[in-house]
Design a protein around this ligand. Structure first.
Ligand code: PMP
Length: 409
């Protein structure tokens, strides 16, 4: 059970105001607020054991190594994989680029990469680059009428030439949860690798990469209460070992000679060139502890129930179009028929409510939705029913914006 009042006390950001009103933050899909334990963990690195990692031969540096590697273990436990299958990156985008670069080197002309129209730029553009470099072909698995990606549609699209299927576990606009386990079964029968963009799933549901049997799983810490600039690439170890890194540099090589020969460390180290975001990783560890204490099942249930409550109220408001009424998550994507999405977001802002408007980095999806932009309200387990009531109240006043506009013009 979620005790939201108690939880809210852990998040300093929640006591802020915006436009002189209590801040109501409904842009959690963009990034989440951080609990005090995460902020304290970052601060403690700078105040008590600030040194580089994997480099020093003194106690302080050893303490950093231990703390940094302990977080790798926490991530492994959190998603159920081996510690050595966890690569720290700068975020989901970096993780997806590392995979595309690595796997891309195994592709040739005519090989197929399957995506779909609901994907985020970070899971489309790296594959465009691979296609350009190799002659591989991008194919889009059709979405069903609702905008969901179904296993049936994958079966109708996949062929013997398919080498990669790269999909979001939960997409960032419609936020449907995709049956990755079944997708993996089908893809693996064809010998294709499955890459999962977990940026929007990891903070909201239990993820077990071994149970899913995906080949790669990518996510960012900042969307799961952790610091910005940290992410994870999970990869099956044999694949990580075979794959070339995207970046070369210090800390990831065992030796190199003037003639140009070199050897690299084993995974995950070979993917972590240069000084990593040490304080970010340490803070990320505190975020994982915090989420684990609350329980991912509790979080998922709370957020989904709050979203269902919001949907039931939104449906009573004339002129509101909802695009994802039946999704399993805490994300509501909608429009007011009379007000442009970004204007509506500005209207919410004047009441102290933060929502996101635009194309949400999923530019291809807008054709499918038949609109140029949408408003997205994304719920976290620290949001309350009272905040949703306020949000609904402001939604009801959506046409006020229009009235004001006509008065000004
Ligand atoms: N994939 C999805 C589905 C996302 O929502 C995002 C962030 N909006 C990303 C990838 C990229 O995450 P980051 O910006 O943290 O690299």
């Amino acid at each position: 059970m979620i005790n939201v009042e108690e939880i809210r006390r852990d998040f300093p950001m929640l006591s802020n105001t915006m436009q002189g009103k209590p801040l109501i933050y409904l842009d959690n899909a963009a990034t989440t607020f951080k609990p005090k334990c995460v902020i304290d963990a970052v601060t403690s690195y700078y105040t008590t054991f600030n040194a580089n990692c994997h480099r020093g031969d003194y106690d302080l540096s050893h303490d950093v190594d231990v703390a940094y590697e302990a977080v790798r273990g926490k991530v492994g436990k959190f998603i159920n994989c081996l510690d050595k299958e966890v690569v720290f990156t700068s975020g989901a985008s970096a993780s997806l680029n590392i995979v595309a670069n690595g796997v891309g080197q195994w592709l040739k002309q005519g090989d197929e990469i399957l995506l779909n129209e609901a994907e985020h730029a970070s899971n489309i553009l790296p594959w465009f680059m691979v296609a350009q470099a190799t002659g591989a072909i991008i194919k889009y698995i059709p979405l069903n009428k609702e905008g969901r990606l179904t296993v049936e549609n994958l079966k109708n699209t996949i062929t013997e030439k398919t080498k990669v299927v790269s999909l979001a576990h939960v997409t960032n606009v419609l936020a449907y949860t995709i049956d990755i386990k079944e997708i993996c079964k089908v893809a693996h029968e064809y010998g294709a690798l499955v890459v999962v963009d977990g940026a929007q799933s990891i903070a909201h549901m239990k993820v077990d990469v071994k149970d899913l049997d995906c080949d790669f799983y990518c996510f960012s810490a900042h969307k799961m209460l952790g610091p910005t600039g940290v992410g994870v690439l999970y990869g099956k170890y044999d694949l990580l070992e075979k794959m070339n890194p995207l970046m070369m540099g210090g800390g990831m090589n065992s030796r190199f000679y003037s003639c140009g020969s070199y050897s690299l460390h084993h995974a995950p180290s070979k993917f972590e060139a240069g000084t990593p975001n040490i304080e970010g990783v340490i803070g990320f560890g505190a975020a994982i502890d915090y989420l684990s204490k609350i329980g991912m099942e509790n979080i998922h249930e709370y957020e989904h129930n709050l979203k269902q409550y919001a949907i039931s109220k939104l449906k009573e408001i004339p002129n509101i179009v909802i695009y994802n009424e039946t999704n399993e998550s805490g994300v509501i994507t909608f429009n007011n028929k009379n007000v442009f999405a970004q204007d509506l977001a500005t209207h919410f802002n004047s009441y102290g409510i933060a929502v996101r408007a635009g194309q949400h980095c999923a530019k291809i999806l807008m054709n499918f939705l038949g609109t140029v932009a949408t408003v997205r309200a994304s719920i976290s387990f620290y949001n309350t029913k009272e905040e949703i009531d306020k949000f609904i109240e402001v939604c009801k006043k959506g046409d006020e914006y229009l009235d004001a506009f006509f008065k000004w013009s």
